[in-house]
Design a protein around this ligand. Structure first.
Ligand code: C2E
Ligand code: MG
Ligand code: MG
Length: 322
Protein backbone atom coordinates (compact mmCIF):
# COMPACT_ATOMS: atom_id res chain seq x y z
CA UNK A 1 0.00 0.00 0.00
CA UNK A 2 1.19 3.50 -0.75
CA UNK A 3 0.62 6.68 1.20
CA UNK A 4 1.30 9.68 -0.94
CA UNK A 5 2.20 13.10 0.35
CA UNK A 6 2.78 15.89 -2.11
CA UNK A 7 3.81 19.50 -1.97
CA UNK A 8 1.90 21.43 -4.63
CA UNK A 9 4.28 24.38 -4.49
CA UNK A 10 7.33 22.60 -5.87
CA UNK A 11 5.59 19.48 -7.21
CA UNK A 12 7.56 17.01 -5.16
CA UNK A 13 6.17 13.80 -3.75
CA UNK A 14 6.80 11.56 -0.78
CA UNK A 15 5.77 7.94 -0.57
CA UNK A 16 5.29 5.89 2.55
CA UNK A 17 5.13 2.19 1.70
CA UNK A 18 3.92 -0.70 3.86
CA UNK A 19 3.47 -4.38 3.21
CA UNK A 20 -0.23 -5.09 3.93
CA UNK A 21 0.17 -8.82 3.41
CA UNK A 22 1.59 -9.02 6.95
CA UNK A 23 -1.02 -9.79 9.62
CA UNK A 24 -1.95 -6.51 11.21
CA UNK A 25 -5.00 -4.51 12.14
CA UNK A 26 -6.21 -1.99 9.59
CA UNK A 27 -5.56 0.83 12.07
CA UNK A 28 -2.00 -0.27 12.64
CA UNK A 29 -1.37 -0.64 8.93
CA UNK A 30 -2.70 2.85 8.31
CA UNK A 31 -0.62 4.26 11.12
CA UNK A 32 2.57 2.60 9.88
CA UNK A 33 1.97 3.84 6.37
CA UNK A 34 1.50 7.30 7.77
CA UNK A 35 4.78 7.05 9.74
CA UNK A 36 6.65 5.91 6.62
CA UNK A 37 5.22 8.86 4.73
CA UNK A 38 6.28 11.23 7.52
CA UNK A 39 9.80 9.84 7.29
CA UNK A 40 9.75 10.35 3.51
CA UNK A 41 8.67 13.96 4.06
CA UNK A 42 11.47 14.44 6.59
CA UNK A 43 13.98 13.16 4.03
CA UNK A 44 12.94 15.77 1.48
CA UNK A 45 11.76 15.88 -2.10
CA UNK A 46 10.80 12.81 -4.11
CA UNK A 47 11.46 10.17 -1.48
CA UNK A 48 9.97 6.74 -1.02
CA UNK A 49 10.32 5.04 2.37
CA UNK A 50 9.42 1.43 3.25
CA UNK A 51 8.11 0.86 6.72
CA UNK A 52 10.19 -1.67 8.66
CA UNK A 53 11.18 -2.50 12.24
CA UNK A 54 14.29 -0.32 12.03
CA UNK A 55 12.17 2.66 11.08
CA UNK A 56 9.83 1.96 13.97
CA UNK A 57 12.76 1.83 16.43
CA UNK A 58 14.22 5.01 15.00
CA UNK A 59 10.88 6.79 15.30
CA UNK A 60 10.53 5.64 18.91
CA UNK A 61 14.08 6.81 19.77
CA UNK A 62 13.37 10.21 18.25
CA UNK A 63 10.08 10.47 20.16
CA UNK A 64 11.81 9.67 23.46
CA UNK A 65 14.45 12.33 22.83
CA UNK A 66 11.83 14.82 21.73
CA UNK A 67 9.80 14.21 24.92
CA UNK A 68 12.92 14.62 27.05
CA UNK A 69 13.83 18.07 25.67
CA UNK A 70 11.85 20.26 28.14
CA UNK A 71 13.11 18.44 31.24
CA UNK A 72 16.66 18.46 29.82
CA UNK A 73 16.51 22.25 29.69
CA UNK A 74 15.22 22.42 33.27
CA UNK A 75 17.92 20.01 34.46
CA UNK A 76 20.74 22.04 32.86
CA UNK A 77 21.68 19.27 30.45
CA UNK A 78 22.47 21.76 27.68
CA UNK A 79 25.67 23.73 27.36
CA UNK A 80 27.42 25.79 24.73
CA UNK A 81 30.80 24.98 23.28
CA UNK A 82 32.79 27.68 21.53
CA UNK A 83 34.81 27.40 18.34
CA UNK A 84 37.21 30.25 17.53
CA UNK A 85 37.42 32.03 14.20
CA UNK A 86 40.84 33.35 13.20
CA UNK A 87 42.14 35.91 10.72
CA UNK A 88 45.03 35.63 8.26
CA UNK A 89 47.47 36.55 11.07
CA UNK A 90 46.30 33.61 13.17
CA UNK A 91 44.61 35.94 15.64
CA UNK A 92 41.20 35.20 17.07
CA UNK A 93 38.55 37.38 15.43
CA UNK A 94 35.39 35.88 16.92
CA UNK A 95 33.81 32.56 17.85
CA UNK A 96 30.74 30.45 17.19
CA UNK A 97 28.56 29.09 19.99
CA UNK A 98 27.51 25.47 19.36
CA UNK A 99 24.88 23.72 21.41
CA UNK A 100 25.55 20.40 23.19
CA UNK A 101 23.16 18.06 25.03
CA UNK A 102 24.69 16.01 27.86
CA UNK A 103 21.99 13.35 28.05
CA UNK A 104 21.78 11.40 31.34
CA UNK A 105 21.80 7.93 29.70
CA UNK A 106 23.04 8.54 26.20
CA UNK A 107 25.99 10.87 26.83
CA UNK A 108 26.72 13.71 24.46
CA UNK A 109 24.12 14.09 21.70
CA UNK A 110 24.92 16.00 18.53
CA UNK A 111 22.87 19.09 17.65
CA UNK A 112 22.45 17.55 14.19
CA UNK A 113 20.22 14.97 15.91
CA UNK A 114 18.29 16.98 18.48
CA UNK A 115 17.83 20.36 16.72
CA UNK A 116 15.48 18.85 14.07
CA UNK A 117 13.51 17.20 16.91
CA UNK A 118 13.28 20.48 18.82
CA UNK A 119 12.13 22.17 15.62
CA UNK A 120 9.40 19.72 14.79
CA UNK A 121 8.06 19.61 18.37
CA UNK A 122 7.83 23.40 18.62
CA UNK A 123 10.47 23.55 21.37
CA UNK A 124 13.06 25.36 19.27
CA UNK A 125 12.08 28.95 20.13
CA UNK A 126 12.45 28.19 23.85
CA UNK A 127 15.74 26.34 23.39
CA UNK A 128 16.96 29.02 20.99
CA UNK A 129 16.17 31.76 23.51
CA UNK A 130 18.19 29.83 26.11
CA UNK A 131 21.13 29.71 23.67
CA UNK A 132 20.98 33.49 23.11
CA UNK A 133 20.79 34.21 26.85
CA UNK A 134 23.60 31.78 27.62
CA UNK A 135 25.85 33.23 24.88
CA UNK A 136 25.42 36.74 26.30
CA UNK A 137 25.92 35.49 29.87
CA UNK A 138 29.13 33.77 28.71
CA UNK A 139 30.48 37.06 27.32
CA UNK A 140 29.61 38.62 30.68
CA UNK A 141 31.61 35.93 32.52
CA UNK A 142 34.60 36.45 30.20
CA UNK A 143 34.46 40.17 31.01
CA UNK A 144 34.46 39.42 34.76
CA UNK A 145 37.58 37.28 34.27
CA UNK A 146 39.29 40.14 32.39
CA UNK A 147 39.36 37.94 29.35
CA UNK A 148 38.21 39.28 26.00
CA UNK A 149 36.81 37.82 22.82
CA UNK A 150 37.86 39.95 19.85
CA UNK A 151 35.18 40.34 17.17
CA UNK A 152 31.77 38.77 17.63
CA UNK A 153 30.27 35.68 19.17
CA UNK A 154 27.89 34.10 16.71
CA UNK A 155 24.82 32.14 17.66
CA UNK A 156 22.97 29.75 15.31
CA UNK A 157 19.33 30.58 14.85
CA UNK A 158 16.74 28.17 13.49
CA UNK A 159 14.06 29.17 10.95
CA UNK A 160 11.48 28.49 13.66
CA UNK A 161 12.91 31.28 15.77
CA UNK A 162 12.59 33.63 12.83
CA UNK A 163 8.96 32.65 12.29
CA UNK A 164 8.03 33.34 15.92
CA UNK A 165 8.68 37.06 15.42
CA UNK A 166 10.09 37.38 18.94
CA UNK A 167 13.74 37.06 17.95
CA UNK A 168 14.57 40.80 18.07
CA UNK A 169 13.06 41.18 21.53
CA UNK A 170 14.76 38.01 22.80
CA UNK A 171 18.11 39.37 21.62
CA UNK A 172 17.41 42.79 23.05
CA UNK A 173 16.52 41.52 26.52
CA UNK A 174 19.51 39.13 26.63
CA UNK A 175 21.86 42.00 25.69
CA UNK A 176 20.29 44.33 28.25
CA UNK A 177 20.32 41.79 31.07
CA UNK A 178 24.04 41.14 30.61
CA UNK A 179 25.10 44.65 29.51
CA UNK A 180 26.79 43.17 26.44
CA UNK A 181 27.08 45.64 23.54
CA UNK A 182 25.05 44.43 20.53
CA UNK A 183 28.05 44.54 18.12
CA UNK A 184 29.57 41.66 20.10
CA UNK A 185 26.79 39.32 18.93
CA UNK A 186 26.05 37.87 15.50
CA UNK A 187 23.32 35.47 14.44
CA UNK A 188 23.88 32.72 11.87
CA UNK A 189 21.00 31.67 9.64
CA UNK A 190 20.98 29.16 6.81
CA UNK A 191 19.84 30.41 3.43
CA UNK A 192 16.79 28.14 3.50
CA UNK A 193 15.74 29.82 6.76
CA UNK A 194 16.02 33.19 5.05
CA UNK A 195 14.12 32.21 1.95
CA UNK A 196 11.50 30.16 3.80
CA UNK A 197 9.63 33.24 4.91
CA UNK A 198 11.18 36.16 3.11
CA UNK A 199 8.66 38.77 4.26
CA UNK A 200 8.83 37.84 7.95
CA UNK A 201 12.58 37.40 7.65
CA UNK A 202 13.11 40.86 6.20
CA UNK A 203 11.12 42.59 8.94
CA UNK A 204 12.86 40.73 11.71
CA UNK A 205 16.35 41.01 10.28
CA UNK A 206 15.93 44.74 9.91
CA UNK A 207 14.90 45.00 13.58
CA UNK A 208 17.90 42.85 14.57
CA UNK A 209 20.25 44.99 12.50
CA UNK A 210 18.83 48.12 14.15
CA UNK A 211 19.80 46.68 17.51
CA UNK A 212 23.39 46.51 16.21
CA UNK A 213 23.56 42.69 15.98
CA UNK A 214 25.06 41.41 12.72
CA UNK A 215 23.74 38.65 10.52
CA UNK A 216 25.62 35.81 8.84
CA UNK A 217 24.49 33.36 6.16
CA UNK A 218 25.58 29.90 7.33
CA UNK A 219 26.37 26.97 4.97
CA UNK A 220 26.23 29.33 2.00
CA UNK A 221 25.57 27.64 -1.34
CA UNK A 222 24.12 24.41 0.06
CA UNK A 223 20.46 25.32 0.45
CA UNK A 224 19.05 25.00 -3.11
CA UNK A 225 17.81 28.55 -2.88
CA UNK A 226 17.66 31.62 -5.08
CA UNK A 227 20.34 34.28 -4.74
CA UNK A 228 17.77 37.07 -4.76
CA UNK A 229 17.71 37.17 -0.97
CA UNK A 230 21.30 38.44 -0.95
CA UNK A 231 20.04 41.57 -2.63
CA UNK A 232 16.93 41.95 -0.47
CA UNK A 233 18.11 41.25 3.05
CA UNK A 234 20.45 43.11 5.41
CA UNK A 235 23.33 40.60 5.67
CA UNK A 236 26.90 41.06 6.93
CA UNK A 237 28.73 37.74 6.66
CA UNK A 238 28.88 34.79 4.23
CA UNK A 239 30.10 31.48 5.62
CA UNK A 240 31.58 29.15 3.01
CA UNK A 241 30.44 25.64 3.85
CA UNK A 242 32.87 22.84 4.68
CA UNK A 243 31.63 20.97 1.59
CA UNK A 244 33.34 23.58 -0.64
CA UNK A 245 36.48 23.68 1.51
CA UNK A 246 36.74 19.90 1.10
CA UNK A 247 36.80 20.26 -2.69
CA UNK A 248 39.61 22.78 -2.93
CA UNK A 249 41.95 20.18 -4.41
CA UNK A 250 40.21 20.43 -7.78
CA UNK A 251 40.32 23.40 -10.15
CA UNK A 252 36.54 23.56 -10.32
CA UNK A 253 36.35 23.51 -6.52
CA UNK A 254 38.77 26.41 -6.35
CA UNK A 255 36.85 28.35 -8.99
CA UNK A 256 33.63 27.84 -7.06
CA UNK A 257 35.12 29.12 -3.81
CA UNK A 258 36.65 32.06 -5.67
CA UNK A 259 33.18 32.84 -7.03
CA UNK A 260 31.66 32.76 -3.53
CA UNK A 261 34.41 35.04 -2.19
CA UNK A 262 33.75 37.45 -5.08
CA UNK A 263 30.01 37.48 -4.38
CA UNK A 264 30.70 38.33 -0.72
CA UNK A 265 33.28 40.97 -1.56
CA UNK A 266 31.17 42.87 -4.11
CA UNK A 267 28.23 42.83 -1.71
CA UNK A 268 30.48 44.25 1.01
CA UNK A 269 30.13 41.16 3.19
CA UNK A 270 32.78 39.48 5.32
CA UNK A 271 33.56 35.98 4.04
CA UNK A 272 34.45 33.23 6.53
CA UNK A 273 35.44 29.72 5.46
CA UNK A 274 34.43 26.92 7.83
CA UNK A 275 35.48 23.32 8.33
CA UNK A 276 39.19 23.87 7.60
CA UNK A 277 41.10 20.81 8.71
CA UNK A 278 44.51 21.09 7.08
CA UNK A 279 47.14 23.56 5.94
CA UNK A 280 46.67 22.77 2.25
CA UNK A 281 43.05 23.94 2.48
CA UNK A 282 44.16 27.03 4.40
CA UNK A 283 46.81 27.95 1.80
CA UNK A 284 44.33 27.46 -1.04
CA UNK A 285 41.81 29.72 0.72
CA UNK A 286 44.45 32.41 1.41
CA UNK A 287 45.52 32.31 -2.25
CA UNK A 288 41.88 32.88 -3.27
CA UNK A 289 41.63 35.94 -1.02
CA UNK A 290 39.72 34.52 1.95
CA UNK A 291 40.70 36.26 5.19
CA UNK A 292 38.69 34.62 7.96
CA UNK A 293 38.76 30.98 8.96
CA UNK A 294 37.16 28.44 11.27
CA UNK A 295 37.90 24.75 11.63
CA UNK A 296 39.57 21.93 13.53
CA UNK A 297 42.95 23.11 12.18
CA UNK A 298 42.73 26.00 14.64
CA UNK A 299 40.56 24.46 17.32
CA UNK A 300 37.60 22.15 17.80
CA UNK A 301 34.60 23.63 19.60
CA UNK A 302 35.67 23.85 23.27
CA UNK A 303 33.78 23.91 26.58
CA UNK A 304 33.72 27.31 28.28
CA UNK A 305 36.77 26.98 30.49
CA UNK A 306 39.02 25.46 27.81
CA UNK A 307 37.92 28.14 25.37
CA UNK A 308 38.83 30.87 27.90
CA UNK A 309 42.32 29.37 28.16
CA UNK A 310 42.64 29.06 24.38
CA UNK A 311 41.71 32.73 24.09
CA UNK A 312 44.28 33.98 26.60
CA UNK A 313 46.99 31.94 24.87
CA UNK A 314 45.99 33.18 21.41
CA UNK A 315 46.03 36.81 22.53
CA UNK A 316 49.69 36.32 23.57
CA UNK A 317 50.80 34.02 20.76
CA UNK A 318 48.70 33.99 17.57
CA UNK A 319 48.59 30.76 15.58
CA UNK A 320 50.75 30.39 12.49
CA UNK A 321 48.75 30.55 9.30
CA UNK A 322 51.52 30.43 6.69
P1 C2E B 1 27.03 24.87 11.71
O1 C2E B 1 26.41 26.07 12.32
O2 C2E B 1 27.36 24.93 10.27
O3 C2E B 1 28.33 24.59 12.59
C1 C2E B 1 29.50 24.04 12.10
C2 C2E B 1 29.60 22.57 12.44
O4 C2E B 1 30.79 22.04 11.87
C3 C2E B 1 29.70 22.30 13.94
O5 C2E B 1 29.11 21.03 14.17
C4 C2E B 1 31.21 22.22 14.15
O6 C2E B 1 31.57 21.48 15.29
C5 C2E B 1 31.61 21.51 12.88
N1 C2E B 1 33.00 21.82 12.49
C6 C2E B 1 33.68 22.96 12.67
N2 C2E B 1 34.93 22.84 12.16
C7 C2E B 1 35.02 21.61 11.64
C8 C2E B 1 36.07 20.89 10.96
O7 C2E B 1 37.16 21.38 10.73
N3 C2E B 1 35.78 19.61 10.58
C9 C2E B 1 34.57 19.03 10.81
N4 C2E B 1 34.38 17.78 10.40
N5 C2E B 1 33.56 19.68 11.44
C10 C2E B 1 33.79 20.95 11.84
P2 C2E B 1 28.11 20.79 15.36
O8 C2E B 1 28.59 21.53 16.58
O9 C2E B 1 27.89 19.32 15.46
O10 C2E B 1 26.80 21.49 14.87
C11 C2E B 1 26.09 21.01 13.76
C12 C2E B 1 25.01 21.96 13.36
O11 C2E B 1 23.98 22.01 14.36
C13 C2E B 1 25.48 23.39 13.19
O12 C2E B 1 26.10 23.57 11.93
C14 C2E B 1 24.17 24.14 13.30
O13 C2E B 1 23.46 24.11 12.09
C15 C2E B 1 23.40 23.30 14.32
N6 C2E B 1 23.51 23.94 15.63
C16 C2E B 1 24.49 23.87 16.57
N7 C2E B 1 24.19 24.64 17.64
C17 C2E B 1 23.00 25.22 17.37
C18 C2E B 1 22.15 26.14 18.09
O14 C2E B 1 22.46 26.63 19.19
N8 C2E B 1 20.97 26.51 17.48
C19 C2E B 1 20.61 26.03 16.24
N9 C2E B 1 19.45 26.43 15.72
N10 C2E B 1 21.39 25.18 15.55
C20 C2E B 1 22.56 24.78 16.10
MG1 MG C 1 26.79 27.99 12.24
MG1 MG D 1 27.89 26.06 8.83
Amino acid sequence: AYFVGSQPVNLTFQLGIIDVSLPDSAENALYRGYLAMQEAIRKGSNQAVFFDDLLEEQIQRDRDLEDALPSALENNEFSLHYQPKVDANGQCCGAEALLRWHHGDQGLISPAIFIPLAERSGFMPKLGAWVINEACAFLGRLREQNNHLPGRLSVNVSPWQLREETLPSTLQSALQATAIPAPQIEIELTESALVDSLVTARKQLQAIRELGVSIAVDDFGTGYSSLAYLQDLPLDVLKIDKQFVDNLDSTRGQQLVEGIINIGTVLDMTVVAEGIEDRTQLSALCALGCQYFQGYLFSKPLPEEAFGEWLRKNLQTPLTTS
